[in-house]
Design a protein around this ligand. Structure first.
Ligand code: ZN
Ligand code: ZN
Length: 334
């Protein structure tokens, strides 16, 4: 029986078993990756289950309630993990905007993995693909081409967008420790959630005045913090390609937005980033707040990261020329 027949003859039970196995082993493709890539892009309930689980987990707050320490932990974990996504998953793994050691690289990947946005190689592959095909038919999450909701979260429920195409991230795939992390991308989030539960339970025993417990810490620190973090990250695909200001004349619909830059620690300067993706900095001008860059700069003083790539002068001048041209054409019209 060839792979075509195997796919055609798969029963519902076999499909469920395959999806469950793929949740544990993201590289498990009995029918071959090529076959998956031939499938149409569509919403798939099996692929949506992890997201449904994360969102339902937030409802646990009805039973656990809240406490100042639980909210503080949720906010701190949002901040730390957003930095891990923007600084490490995006600017380091996807764009190589700075350098670091192999050990630090692995630790950055683990920290990024706690954000529950799959493995670093899948994230980098999908993101590089986005830059290559921005707002064109091949782009997995273009709001202009595929609709706003699809660009925000729908695209993640399609099997077609699930495999990591290692041939597009060869520079990262040469590290077996990163490939292992990417393949079993659920392990770090599961340990992270367990640690939060245990910390909450320990606080209940040793500091009962704080009014928290294991379940409350799990709901706030893991579920709520992770879901807010997920939507803030995904907003760069949906909102930052729909609303905001276009400073550069790029061949896509990317926009700059201060609100998104604040929420995502600097990723909101998305039009800047699409114009010049190699820079460690996305807020190109002093008034474009880019907290991720400031933290990376601080880390560079410790030697943990180095060779932060700057924004070339001609890129900065290009925006000035475009602004003055637009101003003079507006004046001429009036
Ligand atoms: Zn983009
Ligand atoms: Zn990028």
């Amino acid at each position: 029986m060839n792979s075509d027949q195997a796919v055609q003859q798969e029963t519902i039970t076999q499909t469920i078993l395959r999806v469950l196995r793929q949740i544990f082993d993201a590289d498990y493709y009995p029918q071959g990756v090529a076959r998956v890539l031939e499938q149409p892009e569509r919403f798939e309930f099996g692929r949506a289950l992890p997201f449904i689980f994360l969102h339902l987990g937030c409802l646990g707050v009805i039973w656990t309630g809240w406490s100042p320490v639980a909210i503080l932990v949720a906010a701190a974990l949002y901040f730390i993990r957003m930095f891990a996504i923007t600084g490490f998953y995006h600017r380091y793994f996807s764009h190589k905007a700075f350098k670091t050691s192999r050990v630090a690289q692995f630790l950055f990947a683990v920290l990024g993995n706690t954000a529950v946005q799959r493995g670093p190689l899948w994230w980098a592959y999908v993101h590089r693909h986005h830059h290559k095909h921005s707002d064109h038919e091949e782009d997995m999450h273009s709001p202009g081409v595929k609709g706003f909701i699809w660009s925000h979260i729908g695209w993640m429920t399609s099997s077609r967008n699930f495999p990591t195409r290692y041939e597009h991230v060869k520079d990262l795939a040469k590290y077996p420790e990163l490939v292992l992390l990417n393949r079993f991308d659920w392990i770090v989030p599961a340990i992270f959630a367990l640690c939060l539960f245990l910390c909450g339970a320990a606080l209940e025993s040793f500091a009962p005045d704080l009014g928290t417990n294991g379940w409350q810490m799990l709901v706030w620190g893991f579920f709520i913090s992770t879901v807010v973090l997920l939507h803030a990250t995904l907003a760069i695909n949906s909102f930052a390609h729909s609303f905001g200001k276009k400073v550069y004349n790029t061949d896509d619909e990317s926009r700059n937005s201060l609100i998104l830059a604040l929420v995502t620690l600097g990723e909101g300067w998305h039009n800047n980033h699409h114009r010049y993706m190699s820079s460690a900095r996305q807020g190109f001008r002093w008034y474009e707040l880019d907290i991720t860059y400031y933290i990376l700069k601080l880390l560079s003083f410790t030697g943990l990261v180095k060779d932060l790539k700057p924004v070339p002068v001609q890129i900065l001048e290009e925006a000035q020329h475009r602004a003055s041209n637009l101003k003079s054409s507006t004046t001429a019209k009036s």
